[in-house]
Write a protein that binds this ligand. Structure first.
Ligand SMILES: Nc1ncnc2c1ncn2[C@@H]1O[C@H](COP(=O)(O)OP(=O)(O)OP(=O)(O)O)[C@@H](O)[C@H]1O
Length: 273
C-alpha cells in the first residue's frame, strides 16, 4: 500500500529514509484465549517516524512490547538488520539499541532529573562495581563521558533549569520530556514512544512534537510511536500502521491511510461516499 521507494531516499523536507531496519513477520500474540495480535507483518525503515494507531484494545501496546522484547510472540519472527532475532530479555534488546518510554511515566520521583537521565546510560557502562567504588581511572573516564552525553541531551531538550530538581516535583509535560531524555541517553537506534502526548495540553503537545522531530532530525534516530491524537500522528509520521481487533487494517503514508475506506470505517469515523 505504501508509496515509499524500495531504496533509501530523501523526503521533500530533506530527511533521509533508509532501508528496512526492523521487520515484523506474521506476528501472532495470545494471552490465554485472547488473541492480541493476529498474523501482522510490517517493517520499520531506518530514519523514519512510524506510527501505530487504532482503537482501544486494538493491540498497539502489545505490538510495542513485541518490538521492545518484553513479549515474545507465539508465532512469527522479528528481524533486526535482516537477521532473525531470537527470544530475548528486554535488557538484551536494549543493548541492541532499542529504547522506550512508557504510557504511564516510569521515572524515579525522589531522584533529580540529572540522576534519572543518568540511569539511561546503564547499557553503556562497562566498568565493574569494584572499579566504580574505588573510582579507578577507567571508571572515572567512563563517568565523565557519560555525564558529557547526559549534559548534551539536557541541553538539547532544553531542561537545564530543572536538572537538579526531583522529578516528583515537576509538572506532567516536563516529566514526559525527562522520560524522553532518559531514553535518548541510551543513544538508541530505535526509539519507541508509548503515547508521548497523552494527558498533555496543546502547548505541551506542540513542544513534544518539536522535540520528537528534532531527535529524528539531529540524531537520525528511527522512531516508532503509538498515539491517539490523530492530528499529531498525521503531522509527525512518515508511515502509519493501523490496527483493529489485533489485525492490521491499514499501512501506508498518512495520506494513504486517511483515504482508506476500511480505516475510516473502523477508526477515523469520517463519512465517505
Ligand atoms: N497482559 C495481558 N494479559 C491479558 N490480556 C492482555 C494483556 N495485555 C493486553 N491484553 C489484551 O490484548 C488486547 C490488546 O490490548 P493492547 O493493550 O495491546 O491494546 P491497545 O491497542 O494498546 O489498547 P489501548 O489503546 O487501550 O492502550 C486487549 O483485548 C487486551 O485486553
Amino acid at each position: 500500500m505504501t508509496a515509499f521507494p524500495d531504496e533509501s531516499f530523501v523526503t521533500p523536507d530533506g530527511r533521509t529514509i533508509g532501508g528496512v531496519l526492523m521487520e515484523m513477520r506474521n506476528i501472532t500474540l495470545r494471552f490465554g484465549g485472547v488473541i492480541a495480535i493476529k498474523d501482522i507483518s510490517f517493517d520499520i525503515r531506518e530514519g523514519e517516524i512510524r506510527a501505530i494507531i487504532g482503537p482501544n484494545g486494538a493491540g498497539k501496546s502489545s505490538m510495542l512490547n513485541v518490538i521492545s522484547g518484553f513479549y515474545n510472540p507465539q508465532e512469527g519472527e522479528v528481524l533486526f538488520h535482516g537477521k532473525k532475532r531470537p527470544p530475548m530479555r528486554p535488557y538484551q534488546v536494549a543493548r541492541q539499541g532499542i529504547a522506550r518510554t512508557f504510557q504511564n511515566i516510569a521515572l524515579f520521583d525522589g531522584m533529580s532529573v540529572l540522576d534519572n537521565i543518568m540511569t539511561g546510560r546503564l547499557t553503556h557502562m562497562k566498568t565493574g562495581l569494584l572499579e566504580q567504588a574505588i573510582w579507578w581511572g577507567k571508571a572515572e573516564r567512563e563517568e565523565v563521558a557519560n555525564r558529557r552525553k547526559v549534559e548534551e541531551i539536557i541541553d538539547f531538550l532544553e531542561i537545564e533549569h530543572i536538572r537538579k530538581t526531583p522529578v516528583g516535583r515537576l509538572p506532567y509535560g516536563l516529566k514526559k520530556r525527562v522520560e524522553l531524555a532518559r531514553a535518548l541517553a541510551a543513544e538508541p537506534r530505535i526509539l519507541l514512544l508509548d503515547e508521548p502526548m497523552a494527558g498533555m495540553n496543546v502547548e505541551e503537545k506542540e513542544d513534544m512534537c518539536r522535540f520528537i522531530l528534532d531527535v529524528n532530525d539531529e540524531y537520525g534516530t528511527t522512531i516508532a510511536l503509538i498515539e491517539h491524537d490523530m492530528g499529531v500522528v498525521m503531522d509527525l509520521s512518515d508511515r502509519v500502521v493501523v490496527m483493529d481487533y489485533g489485525k492490521k487494517i491499514g499501512d501506508g503514508t498518512p495520506d494513504e491511510v486517511r483515504a482508506s475506506k476500511e480505516v475510516i470505517d473502523a477508526y477515523l469515523g469520517v463519512a465517505h461516499d
